[in-house]
Structures are given as C-alpha cells and as structure tokens.
Write a new protein. Structure first.
Length: 431
C-alpha cells in the first residue's frame, strides 16, 4: 500500500522564497527544502508545515507502509491558475507513483481549498492542519495594531474622530456641561457613521464627476436640472406658505395635505423641466430615443394631477377649501347660473384626466419607438434588396434557358464547350 503525503501550498510561498519549482518529491528533497525555506524566512509557518509532512511520513514508514512525501505548489498570479497548477502536479504524481491514498498537510484555510482537487484524484485518508503554538492573542493584537497603524485610510477614519472627541469633550464639558457636551459629541459621531455607512462621500464624488463631464460635453440637461432645482425650492416655499396660512389644526394630516396641494404644481413643473432636458439630450445624441424618456413627461403630469386631486378632495372634506364654481358663460351658456363642482366630481375629473394623459403618452411613445424601428428595418431592407434581387434574377436566368439571355462567350469553358457541342470532331467526319 502506497500513501502520498502531500504538503499543499496554494500561493507558491515556497517557490517565491527559494526559487525552486514544484513538485518537490522525496524525503531528502523535502528535508533540504525545509532548510532553504527556513533560511529565506525563519518566521514563515511553511517551515513547520514541511516538518509536519516529514513527521507524518516517518510515522507511516514505522508502520511498514510505503510512503511518498511531496510538496505541491500553486501560482501566486491568480487562484484559477494556482488550482490548475496543483491539479496538473497531482496528476503527474499519481501517474508516477500510483498511490492508494493520501494524507494532506496544510497550514491555512487558503490551502485547505485545494483538498477537493486532491479528493477528486485520490482517496484522502486524513487532513493535518498545522497550528504553530505561540502567544496567539498577544501576537495577533500586536500585528493587527501594526497593520491598522500602517493603513492611512483607517487612521483617518478611526483615529481622527477619536482624537477630536478627546479634544472637544473637555471644552464642551467646562462650557455647557457634561451632559450637553456628550450629547453634541454623540450626535456628531452618529452623523459621521451614517455618512460613512451610506457612502455619501463616494456618491458626492460620482455626482461631481458626472456634473463635470456634463458641463464639458455641453448637455442641455445641465441647465434644465438647475432650473428644476430652482422650481423645486419654489414649490417647497409655496407649500410652506400654505401650511403657515392654516388656522390652528390638530395633527399633521391637514398641514401635509395642504403642503402637497400647494407644492405639487411647482414640483411637477420641476420634474417636467428635468425630463425635457434629458429628452433633448437623447434627441441630440446618435442613439434612438428610449421609450421611457418619451413617456416620462406624461407620467409626471398624470401623477401631479392625481396627487393634487386627492389633496383637494381631503381639504374640501375638512372645510379647508371651497367648492369649485364654474360660471355658465364659460360653456357659452348665456345665463347667470353657476355650476358647483363637488369634491367627488373634482376628484373624478382629476383622475380621469390623469388616466387619459398617461394613455396618450404611452400611445405616443409606442408610435414613435415603432416608427424608428420601422425606419431601421427599411434601411436594412434597402441595403439587402438589390443583392436579393440580383440573386433572384441570376437564379431565374439560370433556371430558364429560353428566356433570351445570351451567355458570356468570353468564358473559355463556355466557348470550348460550345465548339465541342456545335461541331463534329475530325474523327467523326472521317467515320
């Protein structure tokens, strides 16, 4: 029975430190490799892994088993190339020594990922992971602190806020009191954590980059976005004025409804302005206009009408708005009567108008996108039409010899063939 004791090194630490190529096979070769790796890096745990491989091989030899000890290394360029290199080396070892089973020796979770590759080729009886005995807590803490202090981004993210807190808290405690100082510092730390947690810095960076690219490329949407922002602020201001003009009301439903009723027209105008700028950019560009950009203005108007209709309905039900009165002369009816539109009728009018606008927008977007698709297909058909026609004419001409088509007499094959077919040979004339 032959047992393969294989030491796995996925990242090729042994090869990079010693310059040797794997696989390294044999007791003497592995023992010499231990010295080379230890001289190159005495702190490397790979030395202990190689020694553990030799110890396992010696124990199996003491039990009268035939043992082959080997070191298999991968590649440090990529994980896929490393796994393929290990698989190729294992195939060579199995072809040369034909082991019945294997014992795998590793020193990390990274190397243990190669175990399925070994199991797919030979039976694995045991997996031996080497753990070096040392003061793990102290050493791990030391190395973590060392790596932490070496990372500039972590220093700025953690140490700077802690340092500012330790400096500001005594000042706040002596001026406004310990409780107020702690509350202020906690608020600032919470805002900072939210800022980092939501990646606001990256979002602002992407926004600034996109704005700069839009300015340099001369897009119309830059101007329309600025106008839309101004209209948005106007809408918020108008909504706030409407809320401030309300009488004393309990709760937040009526103020919120009033704010929505007054601000929706301005917010809808802002959305229309932004979508118009984006639509102009799409129209100026070389690519066809997408259906979503064509349908967006109609959707904005429809949503604005629905929100305004429902907010007007609630306000009128609560007595915060008078009923809508339409004079009769507006309908060319010469009368002094007036049409009073109730809350439900007004809501129905808003909803029906919004539905009609959305349907019209969908129809216009579908028709425009369909026309552009037909134009593209017609262009492609015009390009391919003459070729198809030529092919059809050629086939028809070839298929109908009586159509009056005159063959090309300059073709040697046709000329020779015609001569051979139209005249008798000298031998025939002699007969």
């Amino acid at each position: 029975m032959t047992t393969l004791v294989v030491c796995l090194d996925r990242t090729d630490d042994v090869g990079r430190k010693t310059g040797l190529r794997s696989p390294v096979v044999g007791w003497e070769a592995v023992r010499a490799l231990v010295t080379d790796v230890g001289l190159a890096d005495p702190e490397d745990s790979g030395v202990n892994t190689l020694l553990e491989s030799l110890r396992v091989a010696q124990d199996l030899r003491d039990e009268n088993e035939e043992v082959v000890v080997a070191v298999v290394s991968g590649d440090h360029e990529s994980m896929v190339s490393a796994d393929r290199a290990v698989a190729e080396q294992l195939d060579d070892l199995i072809a040369d020594y034909d082991p019945d089973s294997a014992v795998v020796v590793t020193d990390s979770a990274e190397d243990e990922r190669l175990i399925p590759i070994v199991e797919s080729r030979v039976q694995v009886d045991s997996v031996d992971r080497v753990v070096v005995r040392q003061a793990r807590d102290i050493e791990s803490t030391y190395y973590l602190l060392k790596q932490f202090l070496a990372d500039e981004e972590l220093r700025q993210t953690i140490l700077v806020p802690i340092g500012l807190t330790l400096l500001v808290f005594p000042l706040l405690a002596t001026t406004v009191g310990p409780a107020e100082g702690a509350a202020a510092i906690t608020t600032v730390i919470g805002l900072f954590l939210l800022y980092k947690g939501f990646n606001i810095d990256e979002r602002l960076t992407r926004l600034a980059r996109g704005t700069r690219e839009s300015l340099y490329s001369g897009q119309v949407s830059v101007v329309t976005y600025v106008v839309a922002a101004g209209l948005t602020f106007v809408g918020l201001f108008v909504g706030a004025l409407g809320v401030s003009g309300l009488e004393d009301t309990s709760g937040v439903v009526i103020p919120a409804t009033r704010f929505a009723f007054d601000s929706v027209p301005w917010l809808a105008m802002a959305a229309l302005t932004a979508s118009a700028g984006r639509l102009l950019d799409e129209a100026i560009g070389d690519d066809p206009i997408r259906t979503s950009f064509l349908n967006l203005p109609f959707i904005v108007v429809a949503v604005g009408l629905v929100v305004r209709g429902f907010s007007a309905y609630f306000l009128e039900q609560q007595g915060q708005m008078e009923s809508f009165v339409v004079p009769a002369n507006e309908f060319l009816i010469f009368s002094n009567e007036r049409f009073v539109m109730g809350a439900g009728e007004r809501l129905a009018l808003y909803v029906v108008t919004a539905i009609v606008i959305s349907l019209v927008g969908a129809q216009i977007a579908a028709s425009l996108s369909g026309s552009s698709g037909e134009d593209e297909r017609s262009d492609g058909g015009s390009d391919a039409g003459p070729q198809d026609g030529a092919t059809a004419d050629g086939e028809s001409a070839a298929a109908t010899p009586d159509s009056g088509a005159v063959p090309d007499r300059s073709d040697p094959e046709l000329t020779d063939g015609g001569a051979a077919a139209g005249a008798d040979s000298p031998a025939d004339r002699d007969r």
